[in-house]
Structure formats: structure tokens, C-alpha cells
Design a protein around this ligand. Structure first.
Ligand code: HEM
Length: 579
């Protein structure tokens, strides 16, 4: 005979819910610990009927007591957590949608409802609630020009969250600033300007392959997205492993890359549930979607090592890995860089370096086709550069393409693309210190808060960029330039496509170089137009341009990195190129 009735057990469990929440859950770092609590809770659920049966209850009684008590406990625990987050949490004074305070499910629902236009969701929240919005139970989105320096800048007190590092340890996930710095220093040897310039012949070779493919479709409608994706991955493969993925030759996506892409699409949802990621970490035997790419890179790195036994060979054609292997031993001995670390990072770099630059190229093709006047100006600038570089080597040409003195429009064009379509639209998360708050523009941000600056919204902030919805590269031209519209650029602090500080984009120089070289070669050889089927009639050309830009924005998706909207244009070989 049970000591307590079923009703009494239900009441007791209901009281225990909020009590354990206050005693335990509010004190723990719930994101890091909840997976352990989840395992414990499951064990209790499984074992409690047996325990009760052993105490003399019948099976029926044991199961009903266990079931009722667990339901009551879980319901009151979740109610307590919800009430705490909504009304008593240190972030309670920050504005934001009610349900966003209670659970991350709200954000996930909005992201999926918007068809993965997370940047639009966040942007509309800022328009409704102001520059600091609570977008999750312990997360603030901050759209203030001074915020990036405080959150991401050099010497910041904010840190990366640890959960991604628990899943995979690589340059992009390391949370300890010292360990990160040690690892990053190694990669920086191969990513600084001087090193990147030594890769110009390889980039040039892959760009020529892209142009050959475009020439083979002379004047026909081309779906640009796949081509640009293949191009950027082929470049990264060539620089990272000494061998391109060969996608531009075969006209097909590499299977390992395709698999990773599908996985990354789910990333924007998965990353919201920090505790799920921690939970997955407990099951190392789960299939790893990155495994194929990792194995492939392992094989290529071995092949590369075989081909480059001698130092002369290493010096003959420098690639990213040659710098890494050369400098890995200089890393602080506290954090030695193993072969496996190099492989992990190499894979990360492949993705970080391709999934970002590709969207810039796709969007560039759209804007070049949409603004023929700009195309003409850019082409003139580039042809002048090529004609002045009598020595036909790529390095002298690049030094001019990179210079705002020689190619101010190219620079302004790329800046404006990166402003309007930043490849990492939501920015990345950081966490405020665990033991004290930080202050930002008069806001006191409590300890252990997840903070982020939404790059997309910052780039459309009217306080910083006048006419933010219009594509106006001239805003980036120096005031001395006759076409300058520098007044449209009010506060440059809000411009941060690569973020800033010690954990910002490590491949910034390489990215800009690859994009400019590629655009210059395309513009030199081709006229870019929209196919006739895409013409919009009945409105002025200016309105049609706006409509096309707006439609591109509607087609753009945000899977942590930007997935460019589909762009189809015609590349017609210029008559001088043909002859
Ligand atoms: C236009 C192109 C690109 C953009 C807009 C871009 C942007 C970004 C952003 C916003 C981050 C996150 C920084 C943070 O968490 O604070 C990042 C990280 C990173 N990017 Fe890029 N990226 C681009 C191209 C590249 C390329 C070509 C590479 C090639 C090597 C690269 C390598 C990396 C790496 C290694 C990281 C992690 C850095 C670290 O944790 O230290 N990126 N990038």
C-alpha cells in the first residue's frame, strides 16, 4: 500500500518543479549543463517504476505513480522556467516579443516561417523594438554603431560560446582567446597579404577556367549560383590542398561538398539549441556529415605531402598549407598543433572561404547586369589597369586592382555589395563575462548574456548609411573623386562584413583578392546582361532596377552564411576578346 495517495504525489511533484528550478537550474550554466540533466532525468524516468515496484507497489501503481509525478514535475518545472524568463530574468527590462523571452522556439519558428530569411526577421524586430532587442531567453541583438568594437573588438571582454567547440574543435570554434590566438597565428602566416599574393597564379588559373566555361555559353542564359560556388570551392581546394575539386571542369558539385552544404542548411536551426548541440556531443558515434570532406582532405593532404617531399618543391609553389606546416612549430607549446588539428582547420577554411565569397560573386553578377552604366565605368577602369600593366604577370595587375588609386570604382562596388548583401548576415554570437556586466551606450548588459550585432541590420541603418536600400557604390568613393557621394556614408563603424577584433575573418585579404581578380577578368572579357525573358515592362528603368534588386533580396536565404538568390544572366564575349 503506497504511503501517499496519487493526488498527494502529484502535488508534491508540482511543488518540487519550481523548487528545483530555483535551487538548481537558475544557478547552473543551463546551456552547458542541461544535457547532463537531461540524461539524469531520462534515467529517473526509466528507473523509477522499478524502484517503486521494489518498494512493494504493484506494477500498475508503480507505473502510474512514476508517470503522474514526472508529468507534474516536468509541467511545473517548465512553467517555472517560463515565468522566470518572462518576468524575473535579468534581461526582463529589455524590449522584445513576449515569446522570444520564454523560449528559443519562438525565434526558430520565425526563421522557418520567413523561409530562412532570418536577417529580415531580426531587422523587423529592430524596427519595432529599437536598437537593443531581446531575441531569446538570454540573447540580445544590438544594432548600435558603437557596439561591434565593444563586443568583438580587440581587447573585448566578451567571448565565444563554448558549445560549438564541444562539438568540433577548430579555429572557428575555439572559445579560449589565448588558445585561439596561438592557433590563429599559424594560419595568419598563410593568410596575410604577402602570402596571399603568392597564390595569384593559382587563383588566376582557376579564374581562367571559370571564364572558359562562361565563354562556352557565349550569350546564353547562365545560372550563376552553381558556377560561383564551384569556383570558390575550387580555389580553396587548390590553395588548401594543392588540388582543386575539379567542379568547374566536370560541371558537377563534389559529393563531399554537397553533403556538407545540406548539413549546413540545418545549422541555422541547430545552432539555436545550444543544449542540443551539447547533447549530440555525448554520442560521438553519430554519423558526422563532415566526415566525407574530412576524409577527402586527409587524403589530399597526404598526397600533397608525398608530392612535396623536398623544400625546393615547397618553395616553388607556395600554398596555404606550406605556410601552415612551416610555422606550426612556432605555436605556444601549451597548445601544440597536431596533424588532426590541421585537418580540422583545413576543412573549416574550405567552407569559411567558399560559402562566403561565392554569394558576393553571384550578387555582383546581378548588380552588373542591373546597372549597365556601372558596368561600363568598371570595365573602363579595369581595361586601363590591364593595358598599363605591360608586364603580363598577375602580381602587377593585382597591385593595381587592389589600389583605390587605380581602381576606386571596383573597390567601391565590392564594398557596396558587401554592405547590401553581407555573406554572414546575422553576425556571430559572443557571451558577456560570467561574473560582471558590461556597459554599452548606457545599457547595462548582465553577465552570461549572449550578444550579437546583426550585420545585415547594421548595414541598413539609416543613421549610418543614407538611402540604405539603394545600390550606390559612389558612397564609398573618396570625396576627391568627381563621382563621390561620400555624404551617403555617415558612420563607417556600422560597416563590418568581416566583423572585427582578434576573431574576425582570417581570410579577409584573400577574399577581397579573389573577388576582385575574378570580377576584373569577367568584366574584361564579357558583357553581362539579363536575358530578355527577365525584362520588366510598363515601368521606368529606375523602377525596374529597384524591383529587380528587391526581388533578389526576397530570394536571398540565410543559413548562417548567405545563400544568394538565384541569378541568371548572359555573358556575351566582348568583340575585342573574340578577335
Ligand atoms: C567576402 C568573403 C568573406 C566574408 C564576408 C567573411 C566573413 C567572415 C565572418 C563574419 C567571420 C566570423 C568572424 C567572427 O566570428 O568574429 C569569418 C570567419 C572566418 N573566415 Fe571569413 N569571410 C569571407 C571569406 C573568407 C575566406 C576567403 C577565407 C579563407 C581563408 C575565410 C576564412 C575565415 C576563417 C578561418 C574564419 C574564422 C576566423 C577565426 O575564428 O579566427 N573567410 N569570416
Amino acid at each position: 500500500m503506497p504511503v501517499l495517495s496519487l493526488g498527494e504525489v502529484a502535488c508534491l511533484a508540482t511543488v518540487l518543479g519550481p523548487l528545483s528550478h530555483l535551487a538548481l537550474w537558475t544557478r547552473l550554466d543551463i546551456d552547458s549543463e542541461s544535457h547532463k540533466l537531461l540524461v539524469l532525468a531520462n534515467l529517473i524516468v526509466l528507473l523509477s517504476p522499478f524502484a517503486l515496484y521494489a518498494r512493494g507497489l504493484s506494477w500498475f501503481e508503480a507505473i502510474s505513480y512514476s508517470f503522474i509525478s514526472q508529468i507534474c514535475y516536468a509541467a511545473s518545472l517548465f512553467a517555472s522556467i517560463g515565468a522566470y524568463r518572462a518576468f524575473f530574468h535579468p534581461l526582463r527590462t529589455y524590449p522584445g516579443p513576449f515569446w522570444a523571452r520564454v523560449s528559443v522556439f519562438w525565434k526558430v519558428k520565425q526563421f522557418t516561417k520567413s523561409d530562412f530569411q532570418a536577417f529580415e526577421v531580426i531587422d523587423s524586430l529592430h524596427r519595432e523594438y529599437g536598437s537593443v532587442v531581446r531575441i531569446g531567453p538570454r540573447q540580445l541583438s544590438i544594432k548600435e554603431p558603437s557596439a561591434p568594437a565593444i563586443i568583438y573588438g580587440t581587447g573585448t571582454e566578451c567571448r565565444r560560446l563554448k558549445h560549438l567547440e564541444n562539438l568540433r574543435k577548430n579555429l572557428q570554434s575555439l572559445s579560449d582567446p589565448h588558445e585561439h590566438k596561438a592557433r590563429r597565428t599559424v594560419w595568419e602566416h598563410g593568410l596575410r597579404a604577402q602570402a596571399c599574393q603568392s597564390y595569384l597564379p593559382q587563383i588566376n588559373e582557376i579564374t581562367n577556367r571559370l571564364c572558359e566555361r562562361l565563354a562556352s555559353h557565349d550569350g546564353q542564359q547562365v545560372f550563376v549560383n552553381d558556377l560561383c560556388h564551384w569556383y570558390t570551392f575550387d580555389v580553396m581546394g587548390r590553395l588548401g590542398f594543392g588540388r582543386s575539386y575539379g567542379q568547374l571542369e566536370t560541371g558537377k558539385a563534389h559529393p563531399a561538398i554537397e553533403k556538407v552544404q545540406n548539413f549546413l542548411k540545418a545549422g541555422v536551426i541547430a545552432i539555436q539549441f545550444i543544449w542540443v548541440i551539447n547533447f549530440l556531443h555525448l554520442f560521438p558515434s553519430l554519423e558526422d556529415p563532415m566526415e566525407d570532406l574530412r576524409l577527402w582532405s586527409e587524403q589530399l593532404l597526404e598526397e600533397r605531402a608525398r608530392n612535396r617531399r623536398s623544400q625546393e618543391k615547397e618553395d616553388e609553389e607556395r600554398d596555404l598549407m606550406s605556410y601552415v606546416y612551416q610555422s606550426r612549430n612556432q605555436v605556444d607549446s601549451k597548445w601544440p598543433m597536431t596533424e588532426k588539428d590541421i585537418q580540422e582547420d583545413a576543412v573549416t577554411l574550405q567552407i569559411a572561404g567558399s560559402d562566403t565569397s561565392y554569394s558576393v560573386l553571384v550578387n555582383s553578377c546581378h548588380f552588373l547586369a542591373n546597372y549597365p552604366r556601372l558596368q561600363t565605368i568598371l570595365r573602363a577602369e579595369i581595361l586601363q589597369t590591364f593595358s598599363e600593366s605591360h608586364d603580363n604577370g598577375v602580381a602587377p595587375i593585382w597591385s593595381k586592382l587592389a589600389s583605390t588609386q587605380y581602381c576606386p570604382y571596383l573597390d567601391a562596388f565590392v564594398n557596396e555589395i558587401l554592405r547590401m548583401f553581407p555573406p554572414v548576415p546575422q553576425g556571430t554570437w559572443r557571451q558577456t563575462p560570467l561574473d560582471h556586466p558590461i556597459e554599452l551606450e548606457g545599457y547595462v548588459i548582465p553577465p552570461n548574456t549572449i550578444v550579437s550585432c546583426p550585420i545585415w541590420s547594421m548595414h541598413y541603418d539609416e543613421r549610418c548609411f543614407r538611402q540604405p536600400d539603394s545600390f550606390i557604390p559612389e558612397r564609398w568613393l573618396d570625396r576627391a573623386h568627381p563621382d563621390s557621394q561620400a555624404d551617403l556614408l555617415v558612420d563607417k563603424r556600422a560597416y563590418m562584413p568581416f566583423l572585427l577584433g582578434g576573431m574576425n575573418c582570417a581570410g579577409k585579404y584573400l577574399a577581397i583578392m579573389e573577388i576582385k581578380v575574378c570580377l576584373a577578368k569577367i568584366l574584361k572579357q564579357f558583357e553581362i546582361t539579363f536575358p530578355k525573358t527577365q525584362s520588366i515592362s510598363g515601368i521606368s528603368e529606375i523602377q525596374a532596377q529597384r524591383t529587380r534588386d528587391e526581388n533578389l533580396r526576397k530570394r536571398t536565404k540565410d543559413y548562417l552564411t548567405m545563400w544568394a538568390g538565384e541569378v541568371e544572366v548572359c555573358f556575351r564575349l566582348r568583340s575585342t576578346t573574340k578577335s
